[in-house]
Write a protein that binds this ligand. Structure first.
Ligand code: ZN
Length: 510
């Protein structure tokens, strides 16, 4: 019975090759070092190679095979043993071979998942055997000498794999770069604006349009620890250059610059104003970061103004290669989950007391104004003179459709008709019956508040002149006392909730 083996690479699945297909050895040794890694493709699927190397007739093998779709790594020959993959005795003796599911002449077959798995494996092998991470030591099968034909390459038979569609620049950037989050961080970073410190749970809540600084939550820490930036450690071989802030290049920065960006390379819905672009989040706050050093990457997020619900976005460091190559995301992934709830703004009763109103604090602490009937007025008559209306004003953070609520004091003796005029994009009046018992919020209605534009001022609207010249989004609600029959009218706090995606929309972000 063969001795049970374990893979040399943590995460590899051990699928031993047939003993007839490799040469047992004891590498590395004084006269047999390992200083090459040879990259191949199979001209087929990974599992077909795994099975072939287990066939005693094959007479070939590879230390590793990597699946194109899943990035699954199979190990078939121990690194101490010599696998027969390069078609060259000297190269086989000094190398570790890695096969990749795929085809040398089919574009688009090698996947990002596969490249990343392969680069992680190469980083591990090179670390353990002290192999320099460069193209002299990490080679393709097509670069193996053909000893029977001096001056020719590809080993015996002149192999050309992994072929022209293997992206060496991308692969070597992955091989030479890695970034790690602090060990006590789960990789799940959460948002913790100071205004929301009272929210202990997850997901974290932002309001539409709100901007916050991203922070960590330690996996083994119950309380959230605010941080001003993400700390990442350079576990690679290349210096992470800080942004040189070349205003001529917003997307294409200096080669070697490392940014925090979206892992997908696509624009993010959480882009804040201080982002370099919708996909480049921020740059090192600690200057250039050498291999082995750690540095902070500051990050702000802004909740989109036209979406309610949950957004999960993944971020990663991005290496900017020389043009025209594409940016390369690498290293640990930072996942942010944010729930976006509507703003919920309570506007207390105006502090200034309009004539004809008396303040009172209700049980439970709610402050209200009372307008008592004018002495001498008969039931059913309009009060004379009409008291001034109560006016609530506030600036809303965003335009859009907002729900307006009013909080009544409980009890009896209320007037039936309390007329609220909401000065939105269209002036609307709603009359509520205030006799309902209880002191909960009651909805006045949903109104569209827009930025800029003039607010309609109809004749007799005493509030029109109270609007400032250029409000961000000015919301005004008036309790029109003069529309009320004599008796007692109570007015409580007002509340604005929103903005909600436009009618007909489902909240799907643009
Ligand atoms: Zn090959």
């Amino acid at each position: 019975m063969p001795v049970a083996e374990t893979p040399d690479f943590l995460g590899a699945v051990w699928e031993p090759a047939a003993p007839t297909n490799f040469k047992p050895s004891a590498r590395p040794s004084a006269d047999q070092i390992i200083d090459r890694i040879v990259i191949h493709d199979i001209e087929g699927l990974a599992l077909s190679a795994v099975r072939w190397f287990q066939n005693p007739k094959a007479q070939v093998s590879s230390h590793y095979v990597i699946d194109a779709q899943t990035g699954m790594v199979y190990q078939q020959v121990k690194e101490r043993d010599v696998a027969w993959h390069a078609g060259d005795r000297i190269t086989n003796t000094r190398s570790v071979g890695i096969e990749h599911g795929g085809y040398a002449y089919r574009p688009g077959f090698f996947s990002i998942t596969q490249y990343e798995a392969s680069a992680k494996l190469v980083r591990d092998i090179s670390q353990r055997h002290n192999i320099p991470r460069d193209r002299e030591h990490i080679i393709g099968h097509f670069e193996v000498p053909d000893t029977a034909n001096p001056g020719k390459f590809g080993g015996r038979g002149g192999h050309t794999d992994p072929g022209p569609y293997w992206d060496w620049d991308y692969f070597m950037t992955l091989v030479r770069n890695d970034a790690k989050l602090p060990p006590n961080v789960s990789g799940i970073a959460l948002l913790l604006p100071s205004s929301l410190l009272s929210y202990p749970g997850s997901p974290f809540v932002l309001r539409p349009g709100e901007t916050v600084t991203a922070t960590f939550r330690g996996a083994n820490v119950l309380r959230n620890i605010p941080e001003s930036a993400f700390t990442l450690t350079n576990h690679g071989d290349d210096m992470w250059l800080a942004d040189r802030k070349d205003k001529q290049e917003t997307e294409r920065r200096k080669a070697g610059t490392v940014f925090l960006g979206t892992a997908s390379g696509q624009d993010s819905r959480l882009a804040a104003a201080d982002w370099i672009s919708p996909r480049y989040v921020g740059s090192s706050a600690d200057g250039d970061i050498a291999p082995g050093d750690s540095g902070k990457f500051a990050m702000s997020l802004r909740a989109p103004g036209d979406f309610l619900g949950e957004i999960t976005e993944m971020f990663r460091l991005i290496n900017v290669p020389p043009a025209p190559r594409q940016p390369v995301p690498f290293g640990d992934m930072i996942t942010l989950s944010v729930r976006i709830d509507p703003w919920d703004i309570t506007v207390p009763i105006p502090p200034a007391l309009p004539s004809g109103w008396t303040p009172k604090t209700m049980p439970g602490g709610a402050r209200v104004y009372w307008r008592k009937s004018v002495p001498g007025a008969k039931k059913g008559e309009r009060t004379t003179p009409a008291p001034q209306p109560v006016v609530w004003e506030t600036n809303l953070p965003l335009p859009g459709d907002w729900d307006v609520y009013v909080r009544f004091p409980g009890g009896s003796g209320r007037t039936a008709a309390a007329s609220y005029a909401v000065n939105a994009s269209v002036l609307q009046k709603t009359t509520l019956d205030q006799r309902t018992r209880g002191s909960g919020w009651r909805k006045v209605g949903r109104y569209r508040f827009e930025t800029g534009g003039t607010v309609p001022a109809s004749a007799g609207n005493t509030f029109a002149s109270t609007l400032p010249g250029k409000p961000p989004v000015q919301a005004t609600v008036i309790l029109e006392a003069d529309a009320v029959t004599p008796g007692v009218l109570a007015a409580g706090d007002l509340r604005f909730v929103g903005p909600f995606p436009a009618a007909g929309g489902s909240g799907t972000p643009k």
